[in-house]
Design a protein around this ligand. Structure first.
Ligand code: BES
Ligand code: ZN
Ligand code: ZN
Length: 497
């Protein structure tokens, strides 16, 4: 969708020509292009109608054939505000441009990058991410004539820069990260009937074939042989078998290995500990951790990153109250042998993750592990929809993830994980029970996982609050956000030993 263009803005004849303007200090009018566009900005500013504030915009319709303004059908000026510009500011500007372009049913545009003092790569990446993420719509199930259904969408956006050094590469990286996040949104938007464990396997296989990775799928029979009591137990109430997708992207033996694990619950009804019906439809999103992990692998492989060996595991099943479903009080044996008393069948994510974590750590001996999961409602109570919960046994891993999240516009917040919390998980009859008391629910969930990672540096991302209904911004649509895809991509890109 994105490309770098050398077409002079003045002679661009397309649907929409876009400029970004900073808000100047004092009473000065914003400037963006020199020449006739700035002349218009001066007049409009004098009327008090456009000052270049962040998110503010101005749409012009130049008269065809008249000398002066560029010849495009429309000219859009979007304000950048006066704060120090960073990648997030450009991302938001890109998102604003995308949504305004789509409102005008524009199919192609040329965006002129402003000449301001800032890191060029950050600007290009930010704008690129914003354009792609902001243009996202999920229309597959819309019929009829509504605008959403008419197939109108931004097909092509070109960026123009007077100084072109590094632009093409930054644009490509921004586009890869954003498009991968959009694929994760697609998976999440699909109803549970159309995004099943088998779909995860199929996506993994196709991704592996396209990107030269290894893909292995463990099916139910294999899981039985291996003793995956967690995922098999959660699956007992479902008519669809569970699947576990494993992707390997191995660059060189000397590089450290990162294991990614994502919760792929394609529908979480709670099981016998049934959830209330109001809002239960949202539980089709309970696979967003798995989607994030697969789509991060997609971005990493597409960008041909070479710093880390990567292994991704997505355990996937539904959690339904069928006749054979797990019952509260049942005891299961996780992969590796630990027994768990399942006090609440709705705390199922940790059961499937535990199998995957133990298996992945035993088989691949990773240097570090990151799991991503819509694990607890409690994280929404604590952090709302603005930050992902981060829990870990390793400070360095946390610092890197916090930095990657900040750079990606996907902020995280670390929660404590002291040994006291683990005490809540003591069971009278098994090694552990799967829930503690209500208090500190996000932490006790992580404390449960901690019991399965041993000494391996590990971080857990609880994305229950951010995987959908994430902070409202121009490039975040209603519904699934694609959270964690770009954070993981950035984490790997910025890896230095
Ligand atoms: N998938 C849910 C967590 C969730 C809740 C995600 C709300 C997004 C929004 C998870 O499997 C779950 O049900 N957790 C329980 C744990 C409890 C039983 C200890 C929860 O958070 O209520
Ligand atoms: Zn649940
Ligand atoms: Zn769940």
């Amino acid at each position: 969708m994105l490309q770098f263009s050398k077409v002079e803005p003045q002679s661009y004849l397309g649907d929409l020509l876009v400029y970004l303007a900073r808000q100047p200090g004092g009473k000065r009018a914003p400037r963006c292009a020199g020449g006739a566009v700035d002349e218009v900005l001066r007049r409009v500013h004098a009327l008090g109608d456009f000052s270049g504030k962040e998110g503010e915009h101005l749409l012009l319709y130049p008269e065809a054939g008249k000398p002066g303004l560029p010849a495009a059908k429309r000219i859009l000026v979007v304000g950048l505000g006066k704060d120090e510009p960073d990648r997030e500011l450009f991302r938001k500007a890109g998102g604003t441009v995308a949504s305004l372009a789509m409102k005008s049913k524009v199919r192609e545009l040329l965006l002129v990058l402003p000449e301001i003092a800032c890191d060029m790569a950050e600007m290009v990446e930010g704008v690129s991410e914003g354009l792609v993420l902001g243009a996202y719509r999920f229309k597959k199930y819309k019929t009829g004539k509504e605008p959403e259904a008419s197939g109108e969408m931004l097909v092509q956006a070109a960026l123009y820069a007077a100084e072109s050094k590094g632009v093409a590469k930054a644009l490509r990286l921004g586009e890869i990260g954003a498009q991968s996040a959009c694929r994760a949104r697609d998976m999440a938007n699909e109803p549970a009937s159309h995004w099943t464990p088998a779909h995860f396997s199929e996506y993994g296989r196709q991704l592996a074939a396209a990107q030269g990775m290894e893909c292995t799928v463990l099916d139910q029979a294999r899981m039985k042989k291996l003793g995956f009591g967690g995922i098999l137990g959660v699956n007992q109430g479902s008519a669809r078998p569970p699947e576990m997708v494993i992707l390997e992207y191995l660059v060189k033996p000397s590089a450290p290995t990162l294991l990614l694990v994502g919760k792929g619950l394609t529908f979480d009804s709670g099981g016998i500990s049934l959830k209330p019906s109001a809002g239960m439809e949202e539980m089709k999103y309970d696979m967003c951790g798995g989607a994030a992990v697969l789509c991060a692998m997609q971005a990493i492989a597409q960008a041909k990153l070479k710093g880390l060996n990567l292994v991704a595991i997505v355990p996937s099943t539904e959690n339904l109250p069928g006749p054979a479903a797990l019952k509260p009080g049942d005891v299961i044996t996780q992969y590796g042998g630990k027994t768990v008393e399942v006090v609440n069948t709705d705390a199922e994510g940790r059961l499937i993750l535990a199998d995957a974590l133990v298996y992945g750590i035993k088989k691949y001996k990773p240097d570090m592990v990151i799991d991503v999961a819509t694990l607890t409602g409690a994280v929404i109570v604590g952090l709302g929809h603005h930050r992902t919960g981060l829990l870990s046994n390793n400070d360095d891993l946390c610092d890197r993830l916090l930095a990657a999240g900040a750079r990606s516009g996907e902020p995280l917040w670390r929660l404590p994980l002291d040994p006291e919390y683990t005490k809540q998980l003591k069971s009278e009859i098994a090694d552990l029970k799967n829930v503690g008391k209500r208090d500190g629910g996000t932490i006790t969930a992580a404390a449960f996982l901690k019991e399965f990672v041993g000494e391996t540096p590990w971080a857990h991302l609880d994305i229950a609050g951010t995987a959908w209904d994430f902070t409202e911004k121009s490039y975040i649509p209603k519904g699934p956000s694609g959270i964690a895809v770009r954070t993981l991509f950035d984490f790997v890109r910025n890896w230095k030993g």
